[in-house]
Every structure is written in structure tokens, then in C-alpha cells.
Write a protein that binds this ligand. Structure first.
Ligand code: APR
Length: 229
């Protein structure tokens, strides 16, 4: 089976009602990244940070996978699909995708501030000050904040290097190291991008652009991949 590696960003979840970051109504237009998505912000006001992610968890509870998530899950019938997502939602998993690597963490999980290897599922939507791990230390969102390392990057680079086809769906490709994954794709491997806007892909390679929303663009992308033979 041909190996399709798909790097997804906030745009694939936009039609599920999950806000993107840098669109005109994006999250970073009414939240200060450094206050709610950085270690400094956590040190300064952990309850503000906990509240920011609790609200996103409540939003996620109302959201459902859309056509794009479902099409990628169904594509596993004919392709060896590996998803590398920058998203912290669980919509790929809920759509039925079985190989999903979260580069920036997972909204539905918390981890110990004493031992980052201690990761726990969050019951419901709320993670509060005073919720402790088994070692007695405060739990924090299991999210990669700005300025923190991306532990899954080596694994993601290896997956990108083994792609027969590589696609980017719904990402502005402005955040590193995730955006650099395109540079790990071997020469000769087709690259397709699905996004309603122009995306500056950090590569001199020939790119096939499908300038549409994910819900219509991903099925078209999969059809184009089928035609590649
Ligand atoms: N279908 C497909 N793409 C869409 C749609 C849609 N319906 N709506 C918006 N987009 C596109 C936008 O045009 C943009 O290119 O999705 C992209 C969203 O870009 P960002 O908001 O920058 O999101 P993303 O690329 O995932 O951000 C990367 O930045 O803030 C950090 O950790 C956060 O993982 C995030 C990272």
C-alpha cells in the first residue's frame, strides 16, 4: 500500500467549529500567546492558562469530525495513511484514523509538572488548580507551549522521510519545527496542499495546490492521489 503522510493544522478542524489561530477570527487575535500558551504564562497565572484550555475543551465537546477527517480515516482502506497533526483536538481519532501523531500535544490529556512522563486522560472538560498527579504535583495541560521542545519531532521527521505522497491540510506553515517537515520529504515524492488561501511552503519543490476548504479539498486530494497510480 502506498504511504500517504498528511500534516494537518487548525484549518482541517475549522469546519467542525474549532477556531484556527491566525485567521481573522483566530484564537491569537483575542488571546496573548505568551499569557496562555507559554511556560512564562503558566508561571505567572496558571489559573488563566487552565481556564483557556478548559474553554477549548468545552468547545471540543461540541465539535464533531467533518468530511475531511472522515475522508482521511476512510482512505486507510486503500492507503497506508499516517497523520502528523499540529492540532490538539481528537477529531482525527474520533473520525477513525488509526495512526495519528500529535506534534503539539493533546487537549484531552494532562501531565505532571514533576515528571512529564506521567500523562493522564482528563475526565470531562475541566482541569483545575489543585488537581495533582500521583506524586502530589500540580497537573498541567499536555500541550507543547511556545518555547518548549517538540518531543515528537524526530518521529515525525522519520515518517515524512518514508512518505510515498505528502500532503499538508489546513496549516499556515509558519510555526517551526512542524513547518520544516516538508523539507524531510524525499525528492520525487509528490507534495499536495489543501488550503483556501495561498500557503508559503518552505520548499523549492513543485507543489500541487488545491485551493479549497478541507471538506471539499481533501476528497479531491485523495482522488488526485488515486490518479497518481
Ligand atoms: N479548510 C482548510 N484550511 C483552512 C480552513 C478550512 N476550512 N480554514 C482556514 N484554513 C487554513 C488557513 O488558510 C491557514 O492556512 O488553515 C490554516 C490555519 O493556520 P493557523 O491558524 O496558523 O494554524 P496552524 O497552521 O495549525 O498553526 C500551527 O501554531 O499557534 C500554534 O500550536 C499552534 O498548532 C498551532 C500552530
Amino acid at each position: 500500500m502506498k504511504k500517504l503522510v498528511v500534516l494537518t493544522g487548525a484549518g482541517i478542524s475549522a469546519e467542525s467549529g474549532i477556531r484556527t489561530f491566525r485567521d481573522s477570527d483566530g484564537l491569537w487575535h483575542d488571546h496573548d500567546i505568551m499569557e496562555v500558551a507559554s511556560p512564562e504564562g503558566w508561571r505567572r497565572d496558571p489559573e488563566l492558562v487552565l481556564g483557556f484550555y478548559n474553554q477549548r475543551r468545552r468547545d471540543l465537546c461540541e465539535a464533531k469530525p467533518n468530511t475531511a477527517h472522515l475522508a482521511l480515516a476512510r482512505a486507510e482502506d486503500t492507503l497506508n495513511v499516517h497523520i502528523i497533526t499540529q492540532n490538539i483536538d481528537d477529531l482525527h481519532e474520533r473520525a477513525g484514523s488509526t495512526k495519528v501523531l500529535h506534534l503539539h500535544g493533546e487537549l484531552t490529556k494532562a501531565r505532571s509538572t514533576a515528571d512529564p512522563s506521567l500523562v493522564y486522560g482528563i475526565e470531562g472538560t475541566e482541569l483545575s488548580w489543585g488537581d495533582h498527579c500521583e506524586l502530589g504535583s500540580q497537573l498541567r495541560p499536555h500541550i507543547v507551549w511556545f518555547g518548549e521542545a517538540v518531543p515528537a519531532m524526530p518521529e515525525a521527521a522519520e515518517i515524512a522521510q518514508s512518505a510515498d505522497v505528502f500532503a499538508v491540510v489546513g496549516s499556515s506553515l509558519v510555526v517551526y519545527p512542524a513547518a520544516a517537515l516538508v523539507q524531510y520529504v524525499p525528492y520525487g515524492v509528490p507534495i499536495l496542499v489543501v488550503d483556501p488561501k495561498d500557503v508559503a511552503v518552505p520548499s523549492w519543490r513543485e507543489i500541487t495546490f488545491i485551493r479549497e476548504n478541507a471538506s471539499t479539498g481533501v476528497p479531491k486530494m485523495l482522488e488526485a492521489i488515486r490518479k497518481l497510480g
